[in-house]
Design a protein around this ligand. Structure first.
Ligand code: NCD
Ligand code: ZN
Length: 353
């Protein structure tokens, strides 16, 4: 007899997700919609989702891709540019179309070439966000070519985030996909404000940067922010499993066709939607913190964002046999997408019920 350990929690939310559009979206969205009640949908399409009207149109396309009978709410974001119109953001937010505004420093990551070139250029927008209580979601990395690639996040915290917090103390900010001890420490040090939170991905919990060079260069472990040292990974695990209310799940599941990952200038982005909950459970299990998994997956984010906790529940179960990974998945156009992590047995899975 296999011994089965189970855990039932309010249905989780994914506070940071890329689903792209069209055929790719139709292929990947069902994996998220099955496991998560809501997800914050990133706007870095090509061209990006910059206005409230763009977001409304994108939301319609997302809704059309949700499988029949599945209850899933997409929370839409607008991509900030040097010329974002604060009135448009405010209208979108008041009308319930926009959930937050996403700041990509220009050139920091996939499809960020239209991002903000200098944060000073958008101070009027930031002031408006602060006034209306609309959250700012940060890709927290500098792009200065003189900064070591692995230091991009830490330098962002020191050069940009501290000033942002100082100039806009009431602005609600989420530092997305934290990957360093330095960033975790800063978020903890600002906890008293109640205005700064951080999302955490499965891959930054599971792997350190050695996995980029595991028997050769591994593009399927390449994401932005890039994986860091083991000491950083441990700090991120400690933050997630501590139960502290300002840390919550955001998978940053970011699918790319295999051909875009296995090439020169391979795209950053890890597709973790099918396995994200298994990985989170595994990490919490290893840290002996399963009793805090619901906080991280289902409670902290909604509380920070001022939303209700989901009424539906989800059960995770730990079986002796490792989970079968659904990889690769294939889009209608024949593109393959490799699911993360390859070759790592996971024993937690979402129960069919
Ligand atoms: C994301 C993508 O592919 O859109 N890539 C990534 O490595 N995380 C963009 C992002 O969130 O940085
Ligand atoms: Zn992302």
């Amino acid at each position: 007899m296999t011994e089965m350990k189970t855990l039932t929690i309010p249905k989780p939310d994914d506070w940071h997700l890329h689903i792209r559009d069209e055929a790719m979206m139709r292929a990947v969205l069902p994996f998220t919609a099955r496991h998560f009640a809501r997800a914050v949908i990133m706007p870095n399409l090509k061209p990006p989702v910059v206005t409230a009207a763009d977001a409304a149109a994108y939301r319609d396309r997302v809704r059309a891709a949700i499988p029949e009978g599945v209850n899933f709410t997409p929370l839409m974001t607008a991509y900030l540019t040097d010329t974002t119109d604060p009135d448009d953001l405010e209208c979108g937010f008041e009308e319930g179309i926009l959930f937050g505004a996403k700041l990509y420093p220009a050139g920091a990551t996939t499809n960020s070439e239209n991002g903000v070139t200098d944060i000073q250029n958008i101070s009027v927008v930031l002031d408006r966000l602060q006034r209306i209580g609309m959250p700012l979601l940060l890709h927290g990395e500098v792009t200065d070519p003189d900064v070591d690639f692995f230091d991009r996040e830490a330098v962002f915290v020191d050069r940009v985030l501290t000033r942002l917090r100082h100039n806009f103390p009431e602005l609600k900010i989420v530092l997305e996909h934290v990957s360093t001890h330095h960033a975790v420490q800063y978020v903890v040090s600002e906890a008293h404000s109640g205005k700064l939170a951080a999302s955490i991905t499965p891959h930054h919990l599971l792997y350190n940067r050695n996995r980029l060079f595991d028997g050769g260069l591994c593009p399927h472990n390449f994401c932005l922010p890039v994986l860091k040292r083991e000491t950083d990974r441990l700090a991120v695990v400690e933050a997630a499993t501590s139960g502290a209310p300002m840390f919550f799940a955001g998978t940053d599941s970011a699918p790319h066709p295999r051909a875009a990952k296995e090439k020169d200038n391979a795209a950053g982005g890890i597709f973790s939607a099918p396995t994200a909950l298994s990985i989170y459970a595994e990490i919490f299990d290893r840290a002996d913190a399963l009793d805090r998994l619901a906080e991280f997956l289902s409670l902290n984010g909604s509380s920070f964002y001022g939303l209700n906790v989901n009424e539906a529940t989800l059960t995770l179960e730990k079986a002796d046999a490792p989970l079968e990974l659904p990889s690769p998945i294939v889009t209608e156009e024949g593109d393959e997408v490799v699911a993360f992590p390859s070759g790592m047995p996971l024993s937690w899975r979402v129960a069919d019920r």
